[in-house]
Design a protein around this ligand. Sequence first.
Ligand code: PRP
Ligand code: URA
Length: 209
Amino acid sequence: MSKVMILDHPLIQHKLGVIRRKDVGTKDFRTIVSEIAGLMCYEATRDLKLTDVEIETPIARATVKELSGRKLAVIPILRAGLGMVDGVLTMIPAAKVGHIGLYRDPETLKPVEYYCKLPEDCGEREVFVVDPMLATGGSASAAITMLKEHGCRHIRVMNILAAPEGVKRLQEDHPDVDIYIAGLDDHLNDHGYIVPGLGDAGDRIFGTK
Ligand code: PRP
Ligand code: URA
């Protein structure tokens, strides 16, 4: 069974409280989503492997730490996931970026695929799927299935907000994928929106409504 980690760092929780407010405009919403993504990435990469390497400082030889595990890839689910990419890249500038295009049909709530472009070596990389919202879990589950079909084997998901329904679905469909979230909300409403949530993340990031 996959693990669910709620990242309760005070800075993440404070910023999440800000973007939930309905009077926060596009510019601030987009900026803070990116900041939260960076902080979440910092917390979600605590277990990355390090190795000792010998270097020379300007003064003497020294043994220092260097990242030694798999290289990373960040894969946003379009379009709202794009809002989290810069934050992750601030922490891990060398990560490669792939894109998966999915939108949720407003009637059926089922994900519709429209794009997939991944780093060639994504099968060897530690892949972080990013999307601010995990609601029914349909989009994230479909994205992970696509990644597995392209050979990805080491996958984690980072969502800012999740509903219990989405977490359950993802754990059932992909028990090998750990989930990092900043908040676990109460339930989904009849339109599949997270309650209390923060509204439509894509529209709030890009100002489309
Ligand atoms: C939102 C969100 C997730 C999905 C979550 O995207 O960014 O991708 O809904 O819902 P689910 O867990 O029920 O699948 P949306 O479909 O609104 O597309 P957008 O990012 O293009 O706005
Ligand atoms: N997608 C969103 O953007 N918000 C929700 O609450 C659910 C799905």
